[in-house]
Design a protein around this ligand. Structure first.
Ligand code: TPP
Ligand code: MG
Length: 339
């Protein structure tokens, strides 16, 4: 019962035009970001299985084109970036170094949250903490967007949430106020088909989700093929310019697939081997690699070399992270703000 990506009306762009506007260097950079995130997740899963990581572990593998496209198009400084517990990728894209990321998983002081947050609670200057309460962070996002109007800071808030979260009451209140008060916030429903083991068609009474919600709250919406890096990049670029001009919220539903279970403890009885083969054939990294080669933006050898370099670097960063001291319980009150 896995949902294919076909049969929907997506907002798409001419890939040649987008590529020529991006240029060779940036296009390869975007590829490297996706590859780096993929390798980070794979190596992190490795240390998780070795028993070195406490708590839960949610991987972003399969969904990379969405957040890489978004941050690549907009720039981390120009927005508030808010997401769920599936937060490693967004943190790495908004200022968390690879070493800080590994260290956070290992619970040590070099981590982006000083080892106090773990996998679900990465934090950066531009991303206020991965959020564990499903749907709760949508209210936080509306609040951030309100702050931008109040302070006149010209930032747009990007809020990533899952298909499961889109059925939460807090989300409806958040869109309602955002629309009513015309706040600069973009809600991105990353529809990876499943909320844990529940198919979205059994949890959400509308499909496509984003288009229906947008109609109800008088907003613009887009359906994005979340496996297509160039569509993602261009859509976020145009949406950002529009929100800065109109200050109206926009809803994007990005159709995607997570290649791994909900978390490492998911036994995945709800997907067959054949489903997984189909899902993996949609790999956004492989798809973008093919485009880069076909469009003469890079050669296969060049990309292989970059992949090799990234893998080697990541091994070194992991070794560096392992050298950090464990989270110090005596230091637990430092950095905590209170009135
Ligand atoms: C309010 C609340 N209810 C339930 C949970 C348990 N829970 C954690 S993740 C999850 C599924 C969310 O699925 P979705 O929003 O589609 O995001 P995805 O994990 O697919 O990225 C649930 C039910 C929670 N953390 N918070
Ligand atoms: Mg989901």
């Amino acid at each position: 019962m896995h949902a294919p990506l076909s049969g929907f009306f997506y907002t798409t762009f001419d890939k040649k035009k987008v590529l020529s506007s991006i240029g060779k260097q940036k296009a390869t950079e975007l590829f490297c970001h996706m590859f780096k995130i993929r390798q980070f997740e794979l190596m992190s899963e490795g240390i998780y299985l070795e028993g070195l990581v406490a708590g839960f572990f949610h991987s972003y593998i399969g969904q990379e084109a969405i957040q890489v496209g978004a941050v690549g198009a907009i720039g981390m400084e120009n927005a508030h970036w808010i997401t769920t517990y599936r937060c490693h990728a967004l943190a790495l894209l908004t200022g968390c170094s690879i070493t800080q990321g590994f260290a956070e998983l290992l619970g040590n002081q070099l981590g982006c949250a000083k080892g106090r947050g773990g996998s679900m609670h990465f934090v950066t200057k531009h991303m206020p903490l991965g959020q564990g309460i499903v749907g709760g962070h949508t209210a936080l996002s509306t609040g951030f967007a309100f702050k931008s109007i109040y302070m006149g800071d010209n930032l747009v808030t990007y809020c990533f949430l899952g298909d499961g979260a889109s059925a939460q009451g807090a989300f409806y209140e958040s869109i309602n106020l955002a629309s009513l008060w015309s706040l600069p916030v973009v809600f991105i429903i990353e529809n990876n088909v499943w909320g844990m083991g529940t198919h979205y068609n059994r949890a959400v009474a509308m499909d496509p989700i984003g288009a229906h919600l947008a109609k109800a709250f008088e907003l613009e919406s887009h359906l994005l093929d979340g496996m297509n890096l160039l569509d993602s990049y261009q859509l976020f670029k145009e949406v950002h310019e529009k929100v800065l001009k109109t200050k109206r919220p926009i809803i994007i539903e990005a159709k995607t697939q997570r290649f791994k279970g909900h978390s490492r403890s998911d036994t995945e009885h709800y997907r067959t081997k054949q489903d997984m083969e189909e899902i993996r054939s949609l790999d956004p990294i492989e798809a973008f690699k093919k485009v880069l080669i076909e469009e003469n933006m890079a050669t296969s050898d060049e990309l292989k070399e970059r992949e090799k370099q990234i893998k080697e670097e990541l091994f070194q960063f992991l070794e560096a992270a392992k050298k950090g001291a464990l989270c110090d319980i005596g230091d637990i009150e430092s950095g905590v703000e209170s009135d």
